[in-house]
Write a protein that binds this ligand. Structure first.
Ligand code: ADP
Ligand code: MG
Length: 240
């Protein structure tokens, strides 16, 4: 992987960009008022980077991650991830994109409360049409790696926060996505469990080469990051 200096402004000539945004904007319209989520963001992230997205509350981190995740659509600009043009994609191709290209980890875990740990992790793979036996085997392996082997049949309500987030990480990995997007993944965890989650994401970046974008305002992941991008009022703040 090419070495990137912190705060390097990417250029159009960067190679192997897996994420490219040009003039990317998302404006919310509420009655007469227009609220800026993300404003004219230009961004290139190379495959294999671990990028920290920082900025105060309301600066646009979640909006940008939702666009990258294919959960929301830009109101202007271009966005391409892993060769897929998300600004022009149909609903069906966004569904396919979310299933195969990205894995998402949320602050509030977003597990299905009536499904046990193994079922939560299997669900995205079953929705992608993969065979049950393969999916269960892979989910069990992932959960073992995440030290959740003894928890497979437990419901989310029976888990600690750290265990819930590790279950969510397994769910994000089950379809082997190239890109992992984590929106304040340590926000509901104590510092010890937060550090475990950051270490796991770092390990996935180092060992599997996954491209990872983490929105965070804690400093936990600073050492592992290839780059830090700060948002303010929906715009990238280029330091220095
Ligand atoms: P962050 O994740 O950095 O806290 P957000 O992306 O959640 O920031 O929010 C960026 C801006 O967009 C804020 O002003 C927020 O109020 C606004 N916003 C986010 N989601 C919506 C929405 N669904 N409707 C209207 N405004 C929104
Ligand atoms: Mg947010």
């Amino acid at each position: 992987m090419q070495s990137l200096q912190k705060n390097d402004k990417p250029t159009a000539s960067s190679h192997a960009a897996i994420i490219r945004a040009r003039n990317l904007s998302r404006t919310y319209t509420l009655g007469e008022s227009r609220i800026t989520g993300v404003d004219a963001v230009d961004l290139e992230i190379a495959a294999g980077e671990l990028v920290l997205l920082t900025g105060v509350s309301g600066s646009g981190k979640s909006t940008l991650l939702s666009l990258l995740a294919g959960l929301d659509r830009p109101t202007a600009g271009e966005l391409t991830v892993a060769g897929r043009d998300l600004s022009q994609a149909s609903g069906a191709s966004l569904d396919d994109y979310r299933r195969h290209v990205v894995g998402m980890v949320f602050q509030s875990f977003n597990l299905m409360p009536t499904l046990d740990v193994l079922e939560n992790v299997c669900l995205p793979a079953l929705l992608a049409g993969r065979p049950m036996a393969d999916v269960r085997k892979r989910a069990t392996e992932l959960l073992g790696w995440l030290n959740l082997g003894p928890r497979l049949a437990h419901l989310p309500a029976q888990l600690s926060g750290g265990e819930m987030q590790r279950t969510a990480i397994a769910r994000a990995l089950i379809n082997d996505p190239a890109v992992i997007l984590a929106d304040e993944p340590t926000g509901n965890l104590d510092s010890r469990n937060g550090a475990v989650v950051i270490d796991l994401l770092t390990e996935l970046n180092r060992a599997s080469g996954k491209t990872i974008v983490i929105a965070t305002h804690g400093g936990l992941a600073d050492k592992a990051a290839t780059r830090r991008i700060r948002l303010g009022d929906g715009r990238i703040q280029w330091d220095g």
